[in-house]
Design a protein around this ligand. Structure first.
Ligand code: AMP
Ligand code: MG
Length: 401
């Protein structure tokens, strides 16, 4: 393999994360739980309650005090349903109790009803030896008031929001949404709904990225389509620089392209054209317009998808304070041969079938359909051939949202 001047994917991620540290979003807002999914917690969430708030029964059955009990059948002195406040257990009796109901003070054990027998006189016979504590969920078993339940920087999904609900919260304090100005560049682009002009193609990156940005907690400022023309590009960036936390564009970065984004950034700063060891992908424009960071992704839909998913996503999570930005991945056995690896790291659209990764037949970077067919990306390291049964890293798409 010849010496490669291309930037490794890890280095590009590190540089973007360093850039993100300087763009950290400080503002936060209180948002109702119903609207907080995919947002990032701004402050640690502290418990205000012990959970469970009182000892409760894990079973339908009978509560009794086994301490000092001689094993004889017991009369039932009260019934406790979930949601009721029991009285103290009368000595020498048991209480009928149902799942989730508070255990009466004085009881130290619940026996499940299947292991009991109701005698003719109404007393309860316990068929098996019992021990204190069984079938009782103690107060504070899950957490104590004052515990840190969720750390600042945690992305909120259904589980985290349910944890907040269990504490009685109606709102959570989350980081303000990053405002991302989304630009599609290319003279050939036509918005869906308009007739396709000769030589034109419909803009698919805008739909791809605006949904994805929303899923990452961002607010999208849709800046529409820009022609491959520096003056208009510049005017647009001037307009956007006062509202956006990031300008994200697709297209116009490949060699031989008009590259007007790079040209505009060169005029007013130091644009960096990163030549990445990544396929699909490779050229990535990174810079600032005024004080606003700009990331220019390649235009090919699959190149945009891979570079956004592996690079821009990490940046956008980090500016919201998320620590763990690396997607979970796992090794898979490959069901295909890749005998001629390139000098760039490749991300192949693949599906998991019968425990093996199989490839979408057309891996061209212009083909978007493969991403919809696939479950995720198989990573082929630079210069490393694969044969059937070899192991490769698999990044599920679900992890990238
Ligand atoms: P570029 O990076 O501008 O050279 O674009 C590479 C390829 O991606 C070209 O075939 C473009 O037509 C296509 N392309 C660029 N932008 C988009 C877009 N927003 N939606 C769909 N295809 C695009
Ligand atoms: Mg173009």
């Amino acid at each position: 393999m010849s010496a490669s001047p291309l930037m490794p994917v890890e280095d590009a991620i590190d540089r973007l994360l360093t850039m993100a540290e300087a763009q950290w979003i400080e503002d936060s807002e209180a948002v109702p739980l119903s609207a907080a999914r995919q947002r990032v917690l701004a402050n640690d969430l502290l418990a205000t309650l012990d959970l469970p708030p009182w000892p409760n029964s894990a079973m339908d059955g009978y509560a009794l005090n086994v301490e000092g009990w001689d094993g004889a059948p017991l009369a039932v002195s009260q019934q406790v349903f979930a949601g009721q406040a029991p009285e103290a257990l009368a000595p020498g009796t048991c209480a009928r109790i149902f799942t989730g109901a508070p255990v009466p003070p004085g009881a130290d054990c619940v026996e499940m009803q299947e292991n009991t027998q109701v005698l003719d006189d109404g007393r309860i016979r316990f068929k098996q030896p019992l021990s204190a504590g069984s079938n009782i969920r103690p107060q504070g078993q899950e957490n104590r008031a004052g515990d840190v339940l969720l750390r600042a920087g945690k992305r909120l999904g259904p589980f985290e929001l349910a944890v907040a609900a269990a504490q009685g919260c109606t709102h959570v304090q989350v980081v303000r949404r990053p405002r991302v100005a989304l630009l599609s560049t290319g003279d050939e682009l036509v918005e869906p709904g308009n007739p396709l002009k000769p030589g034109g193609i419909y803009n698919s990156n805008r739909t791809l990225l605006s949904h994805w940005l929303n899923a990452l907690g961002c607010e999208v400022i849709d800046a529409g389509i820009l022609p491959d023309e520096p003056r208009q590009t510049r005017l647009k960036l001037e307009q956007l620089q006062h509202t956006a936390d990031l300008m994200l564009s697709t297209g116009g970065v490949s060699a031989g392209d008009a590259d007007c984004l790079g040209q505009v950034l060169r005029e007013c700063g130091k644009p960096l054209l990163w030549k990445l060891s990544i396929k699909p992908g490779k050229p990535l424009t990174v810079g600032h317009f005024g004080r606003v960071p700009v990331i220019g992704l390649p235009g090919n839909p699959t190149s945009a998808l891979v570079t956004f998913g592996l690079l821009a996503r990490a940046y956008l999570l980090r500016i919201q304070g998320v620590e763990e930005v690396e997607p979970l991945s796992f090794p898979v056995s490959v069901g295909f041969a890749w005998p001629k690896p390139g000098s760039r790291r490749e991300y192949l659209r693949a599906k998991l079938e019968g425990g093996r990764a199989v490839l979408y037949p057309n891996q061209s970077s212009g083909v978007l359909l493969g991403a919809s067919w696939a479950d995720g990306l198989v990573e082929v390291l630079e210069g490393c051939a694969l044969k059937v049964g070899d192991t490769a890293r698999f990044i599920p798409f679900s992890e990238l949202f």
